[in-house]
Design a protein around this ligand. Sequence first.
Ligand SMILES: Nc1ncnc2c1ncn2[C@@H]1O[C@H](COP(=O)(O)OP(=O)(O)OP(=O)(O)O)[C@@H](O)[C@H]1O
Length: 257
Amino acid sequence: MSGSDSDNAVAVTGLVNRFGSNTVHEDLNLEVRRGEIMGLVGGSGSGKTVLLRSMLLLHRPHAGEISLLGTPTQSLGRAEEKRLRQRMGVLFQQGALFTGLTVKENVSLPLWEYTPFDAATIEDLAMLKIQLAGFPLDAANRYPSELSGGMVKRAALARALALDPELLFLDEPTAGLDPVSAGAFDELIAELHKLLGLTVIMVTHDMDALWATTHRVAFLGDRRVLAVEPIDRLTHNEHPLIESYFGGSRTAAWRDR
Ligand SMILES: Nc1ncnc2c1ncn2[C@@H]1O[C@H](COP(=O)(O)OP(=O)(O)OP(=O)(O)O)[C@@H](O)[C@H]1O
């Protein structure tokens, strides 16, 4: 049974994405409930990033409807789109921090752009988000080039949280981190989810992250979402594409726990 709009943070219906003759999505459907952490997995090239960019309104689909936080997005005006964007945060794979700005300045940027607050208030809010993301406060004046991989992710997360988003998108948040830092990041996401009541959509290949944080996981294959299930069930799904994805030696140990 499909949920009503008010139950869903995201509803994607009949999505089609094409690049020339390459059809990436064909009649793709996905519903993400408010307050859940949804993982997005699938083989390389299955269209996870294109789906993420479509949901972030960074890529206009060929056809279909995407409703975000109860708002259909197909024919939004610029001002409405901007207001909706303010309610969403995103952490891109490489962090995507501005290299010429310190961490504090990076986190302050959305606050300058979208809020009427004065400089002192913006600085206070930025420091609050930096703390919330578990980034060391005494390193807030450092530039991105002076940070470790784990610190870059936390700084980027602080920026994603700057405007108190209701919906948080994470693109491979633990890629490139050592296992200890990746585990700490998983814990942080779970804590923030609990504390802030966020809806989180996370693209990842990281099995630890899927098991540690997600409520359900959507599997992309064959140009659509083939299944949406809790990870313990999904890893036993008998669809050939899903079976083959989770049957590799790196993931089989998880499945057979
Ligand atoms: N801007 C673009 N122009 C043309 N083709 C594109 C563009 N962006 C994505 N594609 C194509 O769309 C398909 C899906 O790409 P996408 O990056 O979404 O896959 P993915 O599931 O995120 O893969 P990976 O796990 O390797 O990151 C690929 O065939 C890719 O070549």
